[in-house]
Design a binder for this molecule. Structure first.
Ligand code: F6R
Length: 254
């Protein structure tokens, strides 16, 4: 695991963006794995800016997004499809027919599992962009998820619902299920770049980097990936350090 420390989320977006751009420029038909949430917004902004300045061609690129809320149609303003169009796809020359987001309206795990087959048929993901949940989830694989999970309908934990309610008018509007790529699906990507910035991610970052590999912290499975870059900022590690420091004192003086 390669760990890069940057000053803030904007810089993380540039570093991740350069890794992605390098692939897009060298492989015209590359397959990208894309994420939603607050974390990757700076990456998309940077990619849009570079595309304008450097005339980057996305016309033969394919993308597969990680997840979608169950029950939300692609037109729903809080759907991840809507987010991706709005934040990224509408600003580059990617063919929307080549962009895939799990269908939030499916009803069965059999339907969900087809997503993994589609990725395989397309040739597999060349580069997967990931964020990190406060509780260590990656995609919507919450603590306790089996490491061999594939794309399926999953339950969101109460804490994830609460964290994500910032995007909805009311907490009760947040769906309690999602269609999520599995941990096994993610581990198949040829390369992964994960961004974790901000102090709320500090505990998850500590587990991600130090292990041990455990289902309690789903992100720790990434320690087994052969080609992963983790981009963190000072805030996402400083608290970790302070916590161990406090732990040291209580150990010493209690
Ligand atoms: C989004 C996703 C989630 C987020 C995670 C962090 O597609 O799969 O796992 O990456 O919840 O979200 P933010 O970036 O909003 O802190």
């Amino acid at each position: 695991m390669k760990v890069i420390k940057v000053i803030n989320n904007n810089k993380a977006g540039e570093v991740a963006g350069d890794i992605i751009l390098n692939i897009v420029k060298n492989k015209a038909n590359a397959i990208l794995g894309l994420a939603t949430g607050s974390t990757p917004i700076s990456t998309y902004k940077y990619l849009i800016e570079k595309t304008k300045n450097q005339k980057v061609d996305w016309s033969n690129i394919k993308s597969f997004n990680l997840d979608e809320y169950k029950g939300l149609s692609s037109e729903h303003k809080q759907s991840y499809r809507y987010f991706m169009n709005n934040t990224f796809f509408d600003h580059i020359n990617i063919d929307k027919k080549n962009t895939f987001v799990p269908d939030g309206l499916i009803e069965t795990n059999e339907q969900a599992a087809k997503y993994d087959k589609d990725i395989k048929m397309a040739g597999g993901i060349d580069i997967q962009l990931l964020g990190l949940g406060i509780n260590g989830h990656i995609v919507f694989n919450e603590p306790g998820t089996l490491f061999d999970s594939i794309t399926s309908i999953v339950d969101l934990t109460q804490s994830t619902i609460e964290v994500n309610s910032r995007f909805f008018k009311d907490k009760k509007d947040v769906p309690n299920q999602a269609i999520s790529m599995g941990l096994n699906s993610i581990m198949k990507a040829k390369e992964i770049v994960l961004i974790a910035t901000g102090k709320s991610k500090a505990e998850a970052v500590k587990h991600l980097i130090e292990g041990p590999i455990s289902k309690d912290w789903p992100c720790t499975i990434l320690l087994e990936h052969p080609n992963i870059t983790v981009i963190i900022d000072g805030r996402s590690i400083r608290i970790t350090f302070l916590k161990s420091f406090r732990g040291f004192f209580s150990l010493k003086f209690n």
